[in-house]
Design a protein around this ligand. Structure first.
Ligand SMILES: [Mg+2]
Length: 326
């Protein structure tokens, strides 16, 4: 698919891929590949359950925090840490089914102090900022690289402040953006390889990463290995989730990249119909709303939003751009 139809399919595919990957992987989170084989043979369907006791098709914090971040960006017209922190606090109040320790610590600190950036820490190299980065990729499509990097740091540092995490998450954002603009798997691989060259801990050409932990390096190694060893959304997601470990998040990150790469139509129907329908609808609506905010869709200087302006400035009105009629 080319042109508008292609971009619509890839942006919806990225968000639906994130949610489907989360719901799919969550059933086997914290299991080892051996335990998964004993219980499921090969996991191929969205079945719910898992250690969280999920309904079939229910998503977890990966998708919910992405939607919260997306709402914040749409509400404030940029990535403004006070708005992001408030969105995360509101989400925390909704009694989510799951929440990572670093996220809990960061939001609790915000509630206590009002500070919207946690101090830099070695402890913050978890995957919790990466799993929710998709709204930044969509809203900043076509923005200068420095703007994308700053927008990512702003959303990340509300809970996770770590250079290794920033670097890995920025690479995922760039991979999603390249795929949205019809980049192929080889182009995405060159971005992943660039990350591995810049930071050797991200090398993923060694041993097969099984049972990946929540450490961003383990997570992205598993995601890259699965993504580049397969040639479809379905085979890539099955590959990464059956590695177990932090499989809802490897599923979510792989899902957003593979969904952008292969498009919404590549997500198997059985997974789409299993996914919580309200969540699926929110994902598609947000994908298009965030994209219409992007510099890519607002190419002239006067229309370009500033995703990194200081908070509190008057919110600018965005032209009401709609997708051209099909
Ligand atoms: Mg999760």
């Amino acid at each position: 698919m080319t042109g508008w139809d292609g971009l619509k399919s890839r942006s919806a595919g990225a968000y639906l891929g994130l949610a489907v990957g989360d719901a799919f992987g969550a059933s086997v989170e914290f299991l080892t590949p051996r335990e998964i084989r004993a219980q499921h043979g090969e996991l191929r369907d969205i079945i719910g359950g898992g250690w969280l006791g999920l309904r079939k098709g229910q998503v977890t914090d990966d998708t919910e925090m992405s939607l919260a971040l997306g709402r914040s960006i749409l509400g404030s017209g940029g990535v403004e840490p006070p708005s992001v922190a408030e969105a995360f606090r509101a989400w925390m109040r909704s009694k989510p089914v799951d929440m990572g320790n670093t996220v809990l610590r960061g939001i609790s600190r915000y509630r206590r102090t009002g500070e919207t950036q946690v101090p830099e820490s070695e402890q913050d190299a978890g995957n919790g900022a990466c799993m929710r980065c998709l709204p930044v990729a969509l809203a900043c499509l076509g923005a200068d690289e420095a703007v994308v990097a700053e927008a990512n740091r702003r959303q990340s540092h509300v809970t996770h402040h770590n250079k290794l995490g920033d670097l890995g998450t920025l690479t995922v954002i760039r991979m999603v953006q390249r795929a949205l603009l019809a980049g192929d798997r080889a182009e995405l691989k060159s971005l992943a390889d660039g990350l591995a060259t810049a930071e050797a801990r991200y090398r993923y050409d060694g041993k097969r990463m099984e049972n990946p932990s929540g450490y961003i390096v383990d997570t992205l190694r598993a995601v890259f290995q699965a993504l580049f060893a397969t040639d479809s959304f379905e085979s890539a997601l099955i590959d990464v989730a059956n590695r177990g470990g932090d499989s809802d998040t490897t599923g979510a990150i792989l899902g957003m990249i593979a969904g952008a790469l292969y498009g919404a139509d590549a997500i198997p129907e059985r997974w789409m119909s299993a996914l919580d329908q309200e969540i699926g609808q929110a994902c598609v609506e947000q994908a298009w709303a965030l994209l219409s905010l992007s510099p890519y869709m607002n190419p002239t200087a006067a229309d370009r939003p500033n995703f990194t302006r200081e908070p509190g400035k008057t919110r600018r009105n965005f032209p009401d751009r709609r997708w051209p009629a099909d």
